[in-house]
Design a binder for this molecule. Structure first.
Ligand SMILES: [Zn+2]
Length: 199
């Protein structure tokens, strides 16, 4: 994707017009069928974000991947996927973990730069994982959510040689310049890092 290009090609305009005419609810399924092998984490379900909501890249050759950033959605799982699929929203994360069962959706390929940290340097060098829930509702942080998220983070750390510690597995609140507080005081970091190292 060339976001800096002077003007979109006619092909892109036509493609955009066609996509705009497709009933919104049909898009994820249609795209998922088109890219069945797209996920980087084998058990994840491909639920692609709008291409307007991330920067195409070729990581780790364009940018090293050296940290994982942990988020909480402040939305339901379904609403989060819909936001990422809405080209007006200008936001995405690589993964979303569902509270009830730990099911994982991948929305942006790890090679691409998702827009989740609000900081370009951190976006370019990280993988962003959203967790369904709210910072003030600890019941959303289920055993399944911790367990499956930890498996995912462990796989990312293994893939890029990222140390499995708090210096490299960060909360969104720790990103310089952010005003976000997630994952918040109810997120059990000690438990999470232990699970990542056991996974
Ligand atoms: Zn966040």
């Amino acid at each position: 994707m060339d976001r800096a290009g002077p003007q979109p090609s006619r092909r892109r305009l036509l493609k955009g017009a066609v996509l705009a005419a497709v009933p919104y609810a049909l898009l994820p399924t249609a795209r998922a069928v088109g890219r069945p092998q797209a996920v980087d984490f084998p058990s994840a379900e491909w639920q692609p974000a709008s291409t307007s909501n991330y920067t195409a890249a070729n990581r780790p050759s364009t940018y090293s991947v050296d940290r994982v950033i942990i988020h909480v959605t402040q939305e339901t799982y379904a609403s989060t996927l819909a936001i990422f699929q809405n080209p007006q929203k200008k936001v995405s994360a690589h993964y979303v973990v569902r509270s009830a069962d730990g099911h994982i959706a991948q929305c942006v390929r790890e090679a691409d730069v998702a827009w989740h940290a609000g900081n370009w340097d951190y976006n370019t060098h990280s993988v962003g994982i959203e967790h369904e829930g709210w910072v003030d509702k600890p019941a959303y942080f289920t055993d399944a959510l911790y367990q499956e998220s930890a498996r995912l983070t462990a796989a990312i750390c293994d893939r890029y040689g990222i140390p499995k510690d708090r210096a490299h597995i960060l909360g969104h609140y720790e990103v310089p310049g952010t005003d976000h507080t997630d994952p918040g005081p109810n997120w059990d970091w000690v438990r999470y890092i232990r699970l990542v190292n056991l996974a």
